[in-house]
Ligand binder design. Structure first.
Ligand code: GTP
Length: 391
C-alpha cells in the first residue's frame, strides 16, 4: 500500500503544487486522444480538409491574378501604359482579398503554385523589359509580393532566386539571351545597380515586416492555445474542469446519436470531506482532493475523461462502454482510492469515495443521466459511503 505523506501547505507549497499541476504541465492530459476528443478531432480534420481546399482555391486564384499580371506586362510592353498599369493594380485586389481571407499560412502545394507564378511573372517582366526598358521597374513590385504571399521563409527563398535571375540577366545576358526579347538596359551599369539596390531594400523591408508579423501571429496563437487549456483545466487537480466536461458531454451525446453506442457516466464524491477540512484545515483538504484526482486519472483509460465536477466531486465519462464496463471501472476506481493512505502531520488519512454509476444510449439525454447518477450517489451516501450504486 502506498503512503503519501504531506505537511500543511505553505503558500510556496501551494504555489509549487499549482505549478506542478498547472495547465501547461498537464495540458498533455487534455490533449490525450480520447473518443470524446476524437469526435472533436474528426471535426477539426474536416475543417483542415476544408482549409486545404480553400488554400488550393486561393493559390489558383492568386495564380490567375498573376496571369493577369502577364497580360498587363504585354500591354505595358506594347506601350499601352494606362491600361497595363490599371490591369496590374486590378490583379493586386483579388490577391489582397484572398490572402486576408486565409487564416493559416499556405500549404506547400499552394505555396509552390504561388511561388512559381510570382517567379515567372518577375522573370517575364525582366526579360521583356518593355519599351525603353522602363517597364522593368514593375518587377520591383514583386519584392513585397514574395514575402506577403509566401511568408518570411519561403518568400526569402523565392526572393533570393529572383535576385539570382536578375544578376544573370543583368550581368551575363548572353547565358539567357535566347529568352530575352528586349535585352535590358544594355551597358547602363549604374541603372542595373540601382535597380538591384532598390529591389534588395524593398526585399529587406518586406522581410522584416513579414518576420515581425509572423512572430506576432505565432505568439498570439500560442497564447490562445494556453488560454484554451487554462480555460478547460481545473487549477488544483489538473483535471478537466466543469466547463470542459460540459463540452465533452455534448460531444459524447452527439457521437452516441451518430454511432448508436452506449457510454458510461460515473459521479464520485469524497466521503466525509468536511471532517478532513475541519480537522486538518483547508490546505490539507486541497491536497486530499489532488491526490484522489491523481488516483482517478491514473486508473482510467486514455479515452476516458474525468473532471472535477464540484468541490470534492468528480465526473467520469466512459465512451463506448456498456453498464457492465461502467461497473468494472467504478470498482477499479473505488479500489484505487481505498488503497490511498495519506499522511498529514503524523495523522493518517484514508479517503474513500461513494459512486453513482449509469449507462446511457442515444435515446437518453445526458442531463437526465447526470441526474440519475446524482441520485445513485445520494443512495450510496445513505448506504454508508465507500460503495457503488448503479442505476
Ligand atoms: N479544501 C477544500 N474543501 C472544499 C473544496 N470545495 C468544497 N470543499 C468543502 O467540502 C465540504 C463538503 O462537505 P459536504 O458536502 O457536507 O459533504 P461531506 O462532508 O464530504 O460528507 P458526505 O459527502 O456526505 O460524505 C464542504 O465543507 C466544503 O467547504 C475545495 O476546493 N477545497
Amino acid at each position: 500500500m502506498t503512503v503519501h505523506k504531506f505537511s500543511p501547505l505553505s503558500i510556496e507549497d501551494a504555489a509549487a503544487r499549482r505549478a506542478a499541476t498547472s495547465p501547461y504541465n498537464l495540458s498533455h492530459y487534455l490533449r490525450r486522444p480520447s473518443p470524446v476528443h476524437a469526435a472533436s478531432s474528426s471535426l477539426s480534420n474536416w475543417r483542415l480538409k476544408l482549409d486545404q481546399q480553400r488554400q488550393l482555391a486561393a493559390a489558383l486564384l492568386i495564380g490567375m491574378a498573376l496571369y493577369c499580371g502577364f497580360l498587363a506586362v504585354e500591354l505595358l510592353v506594347a506601350g499601352r501604359h494606362l491600361e497595363g498599369a490599371g490591369l496590374l493594380l486590378l490583379m493586386v485586389l483579388p490577391v489582397l482579398v484572398v490572402r486576408r481571407q486565409l487564416r493559416s499560412k499556405l500549404n506547400w502545394p499552394s505555396q509552390l503554385i504561388v511561388a512559381s507564378a510570382i517567379l515567372l511573372l518577375y522573370s517575364y517582366l525582366l526579360f521583356k523589359g518593355g519599351e525603353l526598358q522602363g517597364d522593368v521597374l514593375w518587377a520591383l513590385t514583386m519584392a513585397p509580393a514574395f514575402f506577403f504571399l509566401l511568408g518570411h521563409f519561403w518568400g526569402g527563398v523565392c526572393f533570393a532566386l529572383a535576385l539570382v535571375i536578375s544578376i544573370v540577366v543583368f550581368f551575363a545576358p548572353s547565358t539567357v539571351s535566347v529568352l530575352i526579347t528586349a535585352p535590358l538596359i544594355e551597358g547602363d551599369f549604374v541603372a542595373k545597380e540601382r535597380f538591384l539596390g532598390v529591389f534588395l531594400l524593398l526585399g529587406a523591408y518586406s522581410f522584416l515586416v513579414e518576420y515581425d508579423r509572423s512572430r506576432v501571429i505565432d505568439s498570439l496563437l500560442s497564447s490562445r492555445d494556453k488560454l484554451r487549456v487554462q480555460a478547460s483545466t481545473d487549477e488544483l487537480t489538473g483535471l478537466a474542469n466543469r466547463h470542459h466536461m460540459r463540452e465533452c458531454l455534448s460531444q459524447q451525446e452527439r457521437r452516441c446519436q451518430q454511432r448508436q453506442e452506449r457510454y458510461g457516466l460515473i459521479l464520485a464524491d469524497i466521503d466525509r470531506f468536511k471532517q478532513i477540512n475541519d480537522k486538518f484545515g483547508h490546505d490539507c483538504g486541497d491536497c486530499v482532493i489532488a491526490q484522489v484526482a491523481d488516483a482517478l486519472r491514473n486508473t482510467l483509460r486514455d479515452e476516458d475523461v474525468v473532471a472535477r465536477w464540484g468541490g470534492e466531486e468528480f465526473l467520469v465519462v466512459l465512451p463506448d462502454s456498456d453498464s457492465e464496463n461502467a461497473r468494472l471501472v467504478a470498482q477499479k476506481l473505488r479500489e484505487a482510492v481505498a488503497q490511498l493512505t495519506l499522511e498529514y502531520e503524523g495523522h493518517a488519512i484514508y479517503p474513500t469515495l461513494s459512486f453513482g454509476v449509469v449507462s446511457g444510449d442515444q435515446h437518453q439525454k445526458v442531463q437526465d443521466l447526470i441526474c440519475q447518477a446524482d441520485h445513485c450517489l445520494y443512495q450510496a451516501k445513505h448506504k454508508g459511503r465507500d460503495c457503488i450504486v448503479y442505476a
